[in-house]
Ligand binder design. Structure first.
Ligand SMILES: O=C(O)CCC(=O)C(=O)O
Length: 288
């Protein structure tokens, strides 16, 4: 399926300029775009780190994925109009948040992300998926910023090999089977409170963090409401803007409180069903 050159130029833009949209359509990503102030980013980071101080590092927990189901502040963030205005300029007015994931690299952390296309195992019907990747710390090439291969979103879905490599933060450690010319890649440096947008087919990855500073990103996966899950599994999403006349996903409620029993039970159920989608064909079982 051909990837979308999204949105007709006649539609009124919410916040991105024509040039910014053209850059996104040409390169498959766009940055930096400030969506929250540095002080708001610091407040969000404090909420995250308070949770981690009371529990454990979020990257070691199941709520690293779909944290918007259990943290009220993340549920507010996925609905923030400063993010959604830019996403609407790319995807149109009816928008679901399909997923959220933390990507955190601790100081001196071996964690990395192999070169990959997000679309590989997501089971979604159309490549019309935009990730808003929000920086909650300084993100630099030194501490493991994302790296993108411009224009690679225009390629079709490419074959990947699952490595399950120990420090790879991807579900299967999947790696795209093409040679990457690293001299052509772009480092996505961001200040706290800035975001990048990237296309579901862009080839991207990131290196470990050998520095003394923590590198924190929250990825929010947005889809237009016409997208559906075609793997055969039931799937879930949160309606964050406009109307859903397609009913392709079970709509998720917002958490009423942080980590309430109902919120945790819903998260566990949805996490198990997403596991079935992401690991299909591997024979792996959901960890209980
Ligand atoms: O945070 C990273 O380094 C990579 C994140 C990523 O692969 C994604 O958001 O799609």
């Amino acid at each position: 399926m051909k990837t979308a050159q999204l949105e007709s130029p006649t539609r009124t833009r919410k916040c991105l300029t024509e040039e910014q949209i053209e850059n996104y359509n040409r390169d498959g990503f766009f940055f930096p775009h400030r969506v929250i102030s540095e002080s708001e980013a610091a407040e969000y980071r404090k909420k995250l780190e308070n949770y981690e101080a009371a529990h454990q590092p979020i990257m070691k927990t199941a709520v690293r994925n779909k944290p918007h189901l259990v943290f009220t502040w993340i549920n507010e963030l996925i609905r923030d109009s400063r993010i959604l205005d830019a996403v609407e300029d790319v995807l149109g007015p009816n928008i679901l948040a399909w997923g959220t994931n933390f990507f955190i690299k601790e100081p001196h952390d071996d964690a990395f992300i192999s070169w990959h296309q997000d679309s590989t195992y997501w089971g979604l019907s159309h490549p019309d998926v935009v990730t808003a990747w929000i920086a909650l710390s300084h993100v630099t090439p030194d501490n493991g910023a994302m790296r993108m291969l411009p224009g690679s979103h225009l390629l079709d879905q490419l074959p990947h090999v699952d490595t399950f490599a120990e420090h790879n933060l991807l579900t299967r450690g999947q790696e795209v089977q093409v040679d990457i010319d690293e001299s052509k890649t772009v480092d996505v440096s961001l200040e706290p409170g800035e975001m990048s947008l990237h296309h579901v087919r862009i080839i991207h990855g990131s290196n470990p963090n050998p520095t003394d500073t923590r590198r924190i990103g929250l990825a929010i996966r947005y889809v237009p409401t016409y997208v559906s899950q075609i793997s055969g599994a039931r799937d879930y999403a949160t309606l964050v803007r406009g109307e859903d006349t397609h009913h392709n996903f079970q709509l998720e409620p917002a958490p009423k409180v942080d980590f309430g029993p109902d919120e945790m039970a819903l998260h566990a159920r949805i996490a198990e069903e997403s596991f079935q989608i992401l690991y299909r064909g591997t024979g792996r079982e959901y960890p209980r």
